[in-house]
Design a protein around this ligand. Sequence first.
Ligand code: GLC
Length: 421
Amino acid sequence: MNSREKRIEWFEKARFGMFIHWGLYAIPARGEWVRSFEKISNEEYEKYFHEFDPVDYDPQSWARLAREAGMKYAVITTKHHDGFCLFDSKLTDYKAPNTPAGRDLIAEFVEAFRAEGLKIGFYHSLIDWHHPDYPAYGDANHPLRDNEEFKDKEHNFDHYLDYMHGQVKELLTNYGKIDIMWFDFSYDDMSGETWRASELVKRTHELQPDIIIDNRLGGDIKKEDPEIYAGDFASPEKIIPPEGVVDEKGEHVPWEACITLNNNWGYCAADNDYKSPRQVVRALVECVSKNGNMLLNVGPDARGRIPEQSRSILKEVGRWMAENGDSIYGCQGAELPKPEWGRYTRKGDRLYAHIMERGIGPVNFRKMGGKIEKARLLSDGSEKRVHRPWNAAEFEEDAFVEFSSARLPDRKDTVVELYLK
Ligand code: GLC
């Protein structure tokens, strides 16, 4: 295994990825937890297995969309909590090749995304509501958690772990180079060595020496001496941590906020509560300004299509990224206080001012007086005058950038590239 610093370098430059939650739950279309929330029995859920036939599945178009949005990697659910596998596992019949889909959907995904130059991540659920050796009755989340018929049912958890470990081996053996392994998730005492996590992580690194792993096998990534399974990056969910993520010593911990576009991961037909492209751009900028990444989710439907709303948001985000990507890729926080008008990102001697609030008069750069060599609008390279107007004469420690118009050219986020002295 190579050092974390080396393995994670590309990831911290990439900053923006696509999360894809897809499986049988796209048919009931009430989110990927539907089996648990509605306590659906095995028999009842089985009908979706016999029906799953995503005739419009076109991973090339997904990959193109991701690339055009400015994303550099993608993480797809190989198996979610319902236990259904999109890949051709030799260890189960509960897989896409045995549905009307009739083939390994992950193989096609990997090929298409690689062809667009994106790195590949596999989300694999530690939890399994289909496997007979996964605890059901009395479990916190299992659809059969309070079904008395399962009360005395014997199960052998080690069998399940052999199965889960075996599937991870398949995923890391049969699809070429895999860049990210995204395990999900630990709860109560289902955590750490309960998953035989050290063994799993060692095996993962043997098979894929450059891979990076999320932090959901358990352990504490922020500890001074974290467990071997504590992960390479933190994975805050549906939230951007107020101060980024640091360890006990105050040192930077790589992190990635996973964010839904509406409120669900898996396809949810009734959920139209989508974030605006502007919110998405600003959220991404916020992540980078705090030294993190954003993994933005789409939930393809039962036909295999990414919902139209999601596509149109991503396209608009992509237009912004095409002009302003230099302020995202390879960037980090600026170690300056958050400015009143927006946020900073930085790359070497370039400081990117993400101006989101126009305010009144020249834009103020607190305590930056004498430090800025020149300023250019990132989207077209045009000059922005750095000078101290007469009415700012008394604010000597600050720098000012002239904005002639009362309105910002880009209402999502106008980026000014500052060349530092
Ligand atoms: C959660 C949920 C899940 C989703 C994931 C994404 O743990 O169980 O449905 O896949 O996180 O972060």
